[in-house]
Write a protein that binds this ligand. Sequence first.
Ligand SMILES: *[C@@H]1O[C@H](CO)[C@@H](O)[C@H](O)[C@H]1NC(C)=O
Ligand SMILES: *[C@@H]1O[C@H](CO)[C@@H](O)[C@H](O)[C@H]1NC(C)=O
Ligand SMILES: *[C@@H]1O[C@H](CO)[C@@H](O)[C@H](O)[C@H]1NC(C)=O
Ligand SMILES: *[C@@H]1O[C@H](CO)[C@@H](O)[C@H](O)[C@H]1NC(C)=O
Ligand SMILES: *[C@@H]1O[C@H](CO)[C@@H](O)[C@H](O)[C@H]1NC(C)=O
Length: 498
Amino acid sequence: MSKRILSIWCLLGLAVFSDQRSTPADDSYVAAAVEYQVSADVEQNLQNYVQLIKEAAEQLTLTRGSRSVNVPMYDLLKTQPIPALLPLAYDELLVGISTAARNHQIYVLINVQEFMDCNTVPEGSEEYCPEKKEYLRTPALKPDLGLFTTDFGVTFGHYICFDLMFQVPAIQVVEKNQITDVLFSTMWFSEMPYLSAVQIQEAYAYAENVNFIGAGANNVRVGSAGSGIYSGKAGALVSTMPGLPTTRLLVSRVPKVPGNVTGMSYPGPIYDNPADHDSLVLITDPSLPDHISRPLVNGFQEFTLVDKDVSCRFRVRLNQREGVQVESHKYRAFVQDGSNTYSRRQVGVAACLVVACKNNDSKTCAYRFGKNETHIEIKELEIEMSTLRNQYNKTLQCDNVVYFPSSFRINKFPLSPVNYTYSESSQNEIETGELPKTNGREKIMYKINAPQDELMSFAIWGRIYVRDVDHNTEVTEEDVQNYLNIEDIIYGTKRNKD
Ligand SMILES: *[C@@H]1O[C@H](CO)[C@@H](O)[C@H](O)[C@H]1NC(C)=O
Ligand SMILES: *[C@@H]1O[C@H](CO)[C@@H](O)[C@H](O)[C@H]1NC(C)=O
Ligand SMILES: *[C@@H]1O[C@H](CO)[C@@H](O)[C@H](O)[C@H]1NC(C)=O
Ligand SMILES: *[C@@H]1O[C@H](CO)[C@@H](O)[C@H](O)[C@H]1NC(C)=O
Ligand SMILES: *[C@@H]1O[C@H](CO)[C@@H](O)[C@H](O)[C@H]1NC(C)=O
């Protein structure tokens, strides 16, 4: 099995968001997210953050962090929670950020790797202190739902990185607390065809119908990039997926009702300059060729692929442009009912997919073709999925199954919601008060609204959380080594390999 690094420890990440002037009566607030190019120089990072906080406050927020920081979670932080007011007792980084946030009157969310001294936790205390304190990594050792309320009347849920993949906390924090706003800081390693950074952030905001402010650490050489601010079914208010090393502040006004963007102007996706060489490394799900699939042909076709309990009906019309001499990419349809494994975490997946491949061989999927290779126009594309119905988990107070409309274009952004239609039929039944049957079927329809020639993948991607199995029993030597290798690449450091 090839190495998959999607779940890597979330080292750094500082997310900031804010609004100086919003009040509980306002319909919106202003948020910011920073795509931040990672550096090993903590001093430099701090200066950059303070500068970014200032810029964010001026425009009206977010970014990332440093190496390990001492966070006195179990004593000082409880009684004296403002580092700016007790500068000698806190780490310089916390003091610097706290001071900048106070000076500019904005809320800042910061994600740091912390050291914890478990010896200070009193005997018999309810506090949780991990025995292995060298690394705190996601998914959270003991899942914890992060929440805080602001003076402008919005309650935010927050989590980091790989936690986005799991029912606890990503689904539970929203549904149990019925919140509409989520902050997320990450170092995300994009994977085609379902899990590139902006693609999954935008799909999550759509499926959970929340405002989502996501800040990514930027290191294109390891495939880490992608940040944005998304508003429910309206898609990206602003997003970036840069192919070159980048630090960039993203700012947008955000409606308090997710998706209510009528009359509001916002930047939308920030596309790369076509003249820039795109250096972002994108890996592909190595299990893709193992799934049931069928190549698509020029012209119209309609067929169904079935894997266990999932059935996908595809209606597709492809138009290979005439007069094109070169052999172009091919599309292929897939169905999957099973699971994928990331860092020994097995995650339940049910999916229907159409994806571009280099040729007829399923091993050449996914293929990110070039702008000069857009010889196939997809005139029609509709997927109808008949699949496992959601069950509500009364203990967790959230869904056990969630489906996401997921797409990826060769410019690294998903389709804008204006260019697709997505519907889940069991939702209607819930709204009309009819109780869903636990073993019933769910029907989902996903189609394009306009012809597309830059579409690389188009999928209904479902997470069946009840199938998840964590095969991690302990942190192995290999895990530590993988982690150190990534740190070396990111920080440009060299460690003695033996
Ligand atoms: C949507 O936003 C507008 C302001 O842009 C506001 O007047 C309206 O009340 C909002 N709708 C809802 C349902 O909150
Ligand atoms: C690819 O597959 C299609 C459909 O099976 C077939 O018509 C076509 O000839 C194949 N092309 C190549 C290069 O194998
Ligand atoms: C498209 O352009 C890239 C360079 O940008 C080149 O490597 C590739 O061969 C081109 N493909 C075709 C089909 O012309
Ligand atoms: C709810 O979720 C928990 C944790 O994943 C799981 O153990 C339990 O079986 C679920 N309950 C239902 C009714 O699905
Ligand atoms: C929708 O798709 C068309 C291509 O068919 C494209 O020209 C247009 O820019 C897309 N709209 C948005 C908002 O992305």
